[in-house]
Design a protein around this ligand. Structure first.
Ligand code: AMP
Ligand code: MG
Length: 387
């Protein structure tokens, strides 16, 4: 993969971009144009503006300005090799940020934009090199949310925006989450309420042959398969946080994590859940403050234990689980649990994306409940982590 000269702006010993953060509450259907104008002015002045999208909150900067984009990396403590998605408000804007655009890009954009589909294309010369972490490609999408659409349109700028969280923290799905992570380091937070999907976009690399999914997300893969019969799915997890080059930037195993260690459990039958219950009980008995993220249906297995229960809603309502997932990770963190136990959903449809986020949060720690569990082994794992 060819890399261009790149300046990220983030140096460990540099002072981090600091400002007085202002928050504006907006109607997500009909945002106040006067507030949008103020936010657009901040973008033109190389400032940072956080905004809701249908996926998660984004931390936006002028995609043409390396200085502004450098500030994104700096305040998020994001490694310079992790590229950022550029947000557009109109399909024709693709030409400002990409070159040699294949007709499939327009076809997909017509079908799924605005929406949770990010396309990786060849990078146009105007886009700041640090947006793409020095790669010769650029990731673009049009969010299905009036606030960023108005911001991009009013500013006249493509807006580079990764999720508005500190690197490795769960993605923000409300303005409060952004404030928790970035207060004093973002000029404006546009509060448009909770994100309707709550999981990041699906990323499709159109510079690869055949087109390759780099990240599972809010758009169902079956929809892509209808148009791309030979669709490939990239090897999903790169087991390192260090090192260059990465075969697929941003695919770190450690990602989206709560502060407490998260353990993921697979179970074919509900009966296997008694093993998870026994483990939770054993952990609580050993003095651990235990958090369990669970569906409404599974919750009864844990009701007589002294645990922090994070309700994900009904197992039958995957979109709701998606909406609640990151917020519940953050809530358990704020309750200062020592460990979070989660039963993995089936890996189908949106369940695949939810599974992916949980797997990364668990840093690959997955246990099969259909076999006997070695509670002591799991406890020793946690004790080691605490030391
Ligand atoms: P975030 O918005 O924080 O979820 O991060 C954006 C993600 O988009 C990165 O971590 C990458 O996985 C992906 N991405 C952005 N630009 C590119 C690119 N040029 N090539 C491949 N992946 C990209
Ligand atoms: Mg992110």
């Amino acid at each position: 993969m060819k890399r261009l000269p790149c300046w990220s702006g983030w140096r460990k010993d540099n002072p981090v971009y600091s400002v007085q953060t202002r928050i504006f509450t907006l109607d997500p259907q009909n945002p106040d144009p006067a507030v949008i104008v103020q936010a657009a002015e901040r973008l033109h002045a190389d400032g940072l503006v956080a905004f809701p999208t249908e996926t998660v909150y984004g931390l936006g900067a002028n995609a043409f300005s390396a200085v502004a984009v450098g500030r994104i990396f700096e305040v998020k403590k994001r490694p310079f090799y992790d590229p950022v998605i550029v947000h557009l408000s109109d399909i024709s804007q693709i030409e400002q940020v990409a070159r040699d655009i294949p007709s499939l890009a327009y076809e997909l954009a017509q079908a799924y934009w605005p929406g949770p589909l990010t396309l990786v294309l060849k990078k146009g010369p105007q886009v700041a090199p640090n947006v793409s972490a020095g790669l010769d490609t650029v990731a673009v999408r049009m969010p299905n949310h009036r606030i960023p659409l108005a911001l991009v349109e009013t500013s006249g700028l493509p807006v580079a925006a990764p999720s508005a969280n500190l690197f490795t923290r769960p993605s923000p799905t409300s303005a409060r989450h952004v404030l928790e992570d970035l207060n004093g380091h973002v000029d404006i937070i546009l509060d448009g309420g909770d994100c309707p999907i709550g999981l990041e976009s699906t990323i499709l690399d159109l510079t690869a042959s055949p087109p390759t999914v780099l990240r599972h997300g809010g758009l169902d893969l079956d929809l892509l398969r209808e148009r791309i019969p030979h669709l490939q799915i990239a090897r999903r997890y790169v087991q390192t946080d260090e090192g260059l080059p990465m075969s697929a930037p941003g695919m770190l195993a450690k990602h989206y994590s709560p502060k407490a260690p998260l353990l993921l459990f697979t179970a074919q039958t509900d009966a296997a859940l008694t093993r998870l219950r026994d483990l939770a009980s054993a952990l609580a008995g050993r003095g651990f403050k235990v958090g369990v993220m669970t569906t409404m249906e599974d919750a009864r297995h844990f009701s007589d234990l002294n645990l922090e229960i994070a309700d994900l809603g009904s197992a039958a309502d995957l979109p709701q689980i998606g909406r609640r997932l990151f917020a519940q990770m953050r809530r358990l963190d704020s309750l200062r649990v020592d460990v979070i136990l989660v039963r993995a959903p089936a890996q189908e449809g949106l369940g695949l994306t939810i599974w992916d986020r949980l797997f990364r949060a668990a840093e690959g720690k997955v246990f099969d409940l259909d076999k006997p569990l070695e509670a002591e082994e799991i406890i020793s794992l946690l004790v080691k982590k605490e030391e």
